[in-house]
Ligand binder design. Structure first.
Ligand code: PRP
Length: 178
């Protein structure tokens, strides 16, 4: 698996350090607000697991499953809700937990849907922000790392369902997807 990685962008330690900082900021900003974390499956499962351990305030965790890539390296532009939330969010402070914001299509679709359910607030926390690829302007409220336009895998992110279990974030060798 590791031999398919061209370069490591962020090591396990880099990620741990950044998550502590992001978690601390969330602890401050959401103190007394009982936030509801919405983890976007599947990519964000590892980020959620590590981030939630840094959260020292009362919070709840729920899941949504969304698909946009359809097995390729490029978003298909079609955002599908595979699993919706199973809890109401009206009057809750919602914090969406994502692994990566790329074109912004997924976050645009999810935030628009969730806003119709009258949350008190809705914000986005993403581990990776690939800003230069945006097709839709999406404001990210918390991020781990801004990344260049390279195809990244590991720490939850896949290519054809592989590599999600890598403990670091790396760039996939071009020959794997060409
Ligand atoms: C990935 C990622 C984000 C989305 C970002 O999900 O987890 O949800 O794409 O891309 P966008 O900003 O261009 O919409 P994917 O559809 O690959 O599903 P997965 O999380 O199950 O891997």
């Amino acid at each position: 698996m590791k031999r398919d990685v061209k370069e490591i962008l962020f090591s396990k330690e880099d990620i741990e350090q950044r998550i502590k900082i992001v978690g601390n900021q969330i602890n401050i900003d959401y103190k007394g607000k009982f936030p509801l974390f919405v983890c976007i499956l599947r990519g964000a499962f590892m980020f959620l697991a590590d981030l939630s351990k840094e959260i020292k305030i009362d919070m709840s965790i729920h899941f949504m499953a969304i698909s946009s890539y359809g097995g390729n390296t490029e978003s298909t532009g079609q955002v599908k809700i595979l699993k919706d939330l199973d809890t109401p969010i009206n009057d809750r402070h919602v914090l969406i937990i994502e692994d990566i914001v790329d074109s912004g299509l997924t976050m645009d679709a999810v935030t628009r849907l969730l806003k119709t359910r009258n949350p008190k607030s809705i914000k986005i926390c993403t581990l990776l922000d690939k800003e230069e690829r945006r097709k839709i302007p999406i404001k990210v409220d918390y991020y781990g790392f801004k990344i260049p336009n390279k195809f990244v895998i590991g720490y939850g992110l896949d290519y054809k369902e592989k590599y999600r279990n890598l403990p670091f974030i790396g760039v996939l060798k071009e020959k794997i997807y060409n």
